[in-house]
Design a protein around this ligand. Sequence first.
Ligand code: GDP
Ligand code: IMO
Ligand code: MG
Length: 431
Amino acid sequence: MKNIIVLGAQWGDEGKGKVVDIYSDFADTIARATGGNNAGHTLVVRGEKFVFHLIPSGILHPGKKCVITNGVVVDPKVLLSEIDKLKSRDYLKDDSQLRIGYLAHIILPYHIALDRAREERLGSRKIGTTARGIGPCYEDKIARTGIRACDLAHPDVFAELLRANLELKNFLLKNYYGAGEIDFPSTLDEYLSYGERIRPHLIDTSLFLNEEIHRGAKVLFEGAQGALLDIDHGTYPFVTSSNTTAGGLCTGSGVAPTKISGVIGVAKAYITRVGGGPFPTELFDDMGQKIRDRGWEYGSTTGRPRRCGWFDAPVIRYAHRLNALSGIALTKLDVLSGLPHVKVCTAYEIDGVRREEIPLTVSELERSVPVYEQLEGWTEDLSDAREFGDLPKAAQRYVRRLEELSGVEVMLISIGADRNQTILRKNPFRA
Ligand code: GDP
Ligand code: IMO
Ligand code: MG
């Protein structure tokens, strides 16, 4: 049994898409299980760029089955546009390559309108969401008033649910937020037509994945966001609305934890965050801008500049505690080439007291002063390295130090955006 979870070990955008694309070679089935189109997963294959928001990053591998499971919140408009784009580029020739959970919740226009209106109302206290309606959709799911993919396939059921939801949402939008209302008839028609197109993809994804596993197939689970954005364990309220950690992928996919054989945490060789919230190692100086420029740190979903900082070992140790990582996939090491030195945060000082572990509250995290260790930089371009030994000695020492500080071995090193710019030290499907 080799079923592997790949998830973000920082605040998202670690390079999960690229790592999933690489590992897809060794898997049979690739599944998304959490989040929605707040995710933006970028792959570069022989110089050609693809960005996926909902479709699993294994889709470029012909013959591999891709699944969007019940735990994902699906914006049908975004999904269909992603499907169309793939087909126009000569991928996804066979519709059966993509299966979607019958019970996945659907993002509707009022979720997006509420997300935006709420952020606007919060002003300077806003979370900095991706404005894709993710939070409001998950709220409806938990409130048991949500609309699911299976409902879209039944016009009468969908019309009734939409009418009931719009009654409350339009009241809120109009009277509380002073925003425009959502029109019932046009929304009904538009989403029923999406339902028609999505219907052939709908299946019981938990049954499918468990049958796949039973017959010996290897399943790769693609996480979204990152451990520090987890609704229960992240930097609340500056988090997303789902469980981004390993347990969340099991719940979202309906595959039990005992069927998972490994968890790979993807981490950048530095760290970024987009949106609001505490970020102890954030760099506000030229170094931060240099990393942003060299790493092209602009959001794949919203285009917002990402906040950049030094590698934060307490963050990774926390991600390790939450997910029991089998290994780290370390990305963007190439971005640090040419810096006179590199720094790593080994611990924090909070009110003068040294802390090895990340504090629980946002206010303590905001007061956390990183304790840094400075390491020698390197000047060489890393993009042609294919073995660990090809890396300059200083880069090797940097990777080894990150392993020591995190307590997790680095199994993969990414030294460029392209699929082939990768050092595969240990393959979790063969380990
Ligand atoms: P994800 O959300 O975790 O899949 O990450 P994103 O796709 O949002 O952001 C990662 C960005 O870094 C994308 O633009 C990738 O193409 C790019 N990328 C991934 N790995 C590397 C790497 O090793 N080096 C460089 N320079 N870019 C990388
Ligand atoms: P991937 O999968 C980085 C952040 C938003 C915001 C917070 C809440 O590409 O790594 P939401 O729209 O989810 O309600 O926003 O979470 N966020 C991400 N940051 N990468 C992501 O996804 C993110 N998805 C959400 O910026 O701070
Ligand atoms: Mg991303």
